[in-house]
Design a protein around this ligand. Structure first.
Ligand code: FES
Ligand SMILES: [Fe+2]
Length: 321
């Protein structure tokens, strides 16, 4: 189970339109949730457990604008209140028959959940990014959310995992870079310079690329890249939903000034890049990210080290060890 620290954030759980009207089973911080649409089409997130005999509500169906349990047909409204017990139709169910209901909101093409009902950290603001947004995923990955985010922040794997694409085996060296922090303590690299054989879906050939990295929250990060000779500016966000301590669900969002390249071309490039990452990422042991030593660190790993310190400072125990 997660601690209260992780519950102080909103987390993404699904694509905005995912599952249609539902019900759809989802998982966040070790909790099972069910997503469905209320009578006005609004997304509703409830605990995926019927208070009657514990059946999964996500196996049920929608009836009269309510979610009906698959077992004895109890119906729950968009606030989680039990509105009907079919076996005793004249009976008014008490408040204790309600299912826990969680705040949900839409942002950045995703649905977000606040498990505590009092999250103090808002969904990150990305209003400064280019308006063309593409969201790729979900990718269900057999490792912890922090391992996935650290991989996104890691530069020294380019020449090996993405050889011929984001890195060149003849130039595996990582140039020196400085890690700074935002006013609220999130690690940032303002400038990181990399030679990339094929930096994007539209790259004509090798180029020097200027990167900027920023951790957005414990399980999300942003990178912005642009070839030094010009061309489109691309920002990529990794959104990680912490499913269990050893599994996560990822989406990658691209915000680009490139208004011409077809979406499928851009999507194919990102899918190909992550297909290179995923087997290595899932091979890492332990799957939880060590925050207190136990893994060797080099000078090229300064951003990883800063990310781990940031997680520790925020008391993130879910998916770390
Ligand atoms: S278990 Fe849900 S109605 Fe009985
Ligand atoms: Fe990678």
């Amino acid at each position: 189970m997660s601690s209260s620290q992780e519950q102080a954030w909103w987390w993404p759980v699904a694509l905005e339109g995912e599952g249609g009207s539902g019900p759809l089973a989802l998982h966040l911080l070790g909790r099972s949730l069910v997503l469905w649409r209320g009578p006005g089409g609004e997304p509703v997130l409830l605990a995926d457990r019927c208070p009657h005999r514990g059946a999964r509500l996500s196996l049920g169906r929608l009836a009269q604008g309510r979610l009906q349990c698959p077992y004895h047909g109890w119906q729950f409204d968009a606030s989680g209140a039990c509105a009907l017990v079919p076996a005793t139709p004249g009976f008014t169910p008490p408040a204790s028959s309600a299912v826990e209901c969680f705040p949900v909101r839409q942002a950045h093409g995703l649905l977000w959940c606040d498990l505590s009902g009092q999250a103090s950290h808002a969904v990150p603001d990305l209003s400064h990014l280019p308006p063309r947004r593409l969201v790729y995923g979900p990718f269900d990955v057999a490792t912890s959310a922090p391992r996935a985010v650290e991989n996104f922040l890691d530069t020294s794997h380019f020449a090996f995992v993405h050889e011929g694409w984001l890195g060149d085996a003849a130039h595996p060296e990582v140039p020196p870079y400085d890690v700074t922090h935002t006013a609220d303590g999130r690690p940032v690299i303002e400038h990181y310079r990399a030679w990339q054989p094929r930096a994007s879906a539209t790259a004509a050939g090798g180029a020097w690329v200027d990167y900027r990295y920023e951790v957005l929250n414990p399980f999300a990060a942003l990178l912005t890249k642009r070839e030094e000779t010009g061309g489109p500016q691309d920002s990529y966000v990794i959104w990680a939903c912490p499913v269990t301590p050893e599994s996560c669900r990822l989406w990658f969002a691209q915000y680009t000034t490139d208004t011409e390249t077809p979406e499928q071309t851009l999507r194919d490039f990102q899918v190909a890049i992550f297909a290179q990452d995923q087997p290595v990422l899932e091979s890492q042991q332990p799957k939880a990210l060590p925050l207190s030593g136990g893994e060797a660190m080099g000078a090229a790993d300064r951003l990883s080290a800063a990310y781990r310190r940031y997680l520790r400072a925020n008391g993130i125990g879910f998916g770390t060890c």
